[in-house]
Design a protein around this ligand. Sequence first.
Ligand SMILES: CC(C)c1ccc(C(=O)O)c(O)c1O
Ligand code: FE2
Length: 300
Amino acid sequence: MGADLHDIRYVRIGCDDLDTSVRFATDILGLELMERDGNRAYLRGDDRDHNICYTQGRESGQVTGWEVASLDALDEAAKAFEASGVTVRAGTSEERELRRVRGLIVVSDPTGNIIELVARPDACGRRYFPTRDAGILNFSHVGLHTRNPSADEAFWVRNLGGKVSDWIGDAALIRINDVHHNVALFPSTRAGIQHVNFQVESIDDIMRSFYHLQKNNVRIVFGPGRHPTSGARFLYFQGPDDIVYEYSTGVRLITAEDEKTYVPRQFPKAESSFCMWGSVPDIPEFRVPQPNGSAVARAA
Ligand SMILES: CC(C)c1ccc(C(=O)O)c(O)c1O
Ligand SMILES: [Fe+2]
């Protein structure tokens, strides 16, 4: 039995320039800056202490953080990793302090993505008050690069307790709770975070942002569109440090009742599997083979 992940908690993203990333997150994305110093900045789009921690210097790396329900559950997870031969490291007290958590263990997936499991993360008693009203409801999922889709998918299913909700080609959309997916594993040539998703309230927020981003010369890389997989309406745009951000609304929930009959669906790696409205992604990892053998990113 693998770890029992409760929810996604945070991402940590090493950035070339902290000021640029913070400005993007506040003025463009619509997050609230919670705290910052010369080396790191904490931002949020919901009632958690933070959803994103930007750290100065790309070399400080990229990490995703996942919450388990208790310190005991974290101990159980550590034992289960060890029993299945996965190297697990206990976080130091300084690392726990920087992540605002009481318990921390660290593992890597076969690709080398760093995955942190945390217990008793700080909540925030003050409501989220954004710099710009993007309609954000909550931090929801991440896309991870995978060099080895089958090995990483097996790691998420066997060791992290995930369930595949759907596949697009070899890309698995995996859930750890009742949200259609909390992580998407996207075939690539490297490790790292591919995109960071925030749920917004409505399609009006998506379209308002579409115009806001264009006005601010932010590159829209996919959408507005609608995913056939989760049913969510979406908009993807390019942020600093090679990170794509996604707003989406209306993501499908797979409830305990649905679980009884739910079977993951295999979608082909085709444009219609990414968007049911006809938007074509301008994102290298989402390129689709064309009948003439070329790979087109965006229709002219
Ligand atoms: C194209 C990416 C990996 C993708 C595909 C489907 C959904 C969804 O069903 O909501 C996503 O959120 C994605 O990021
Ligand atoms: Fe996504």
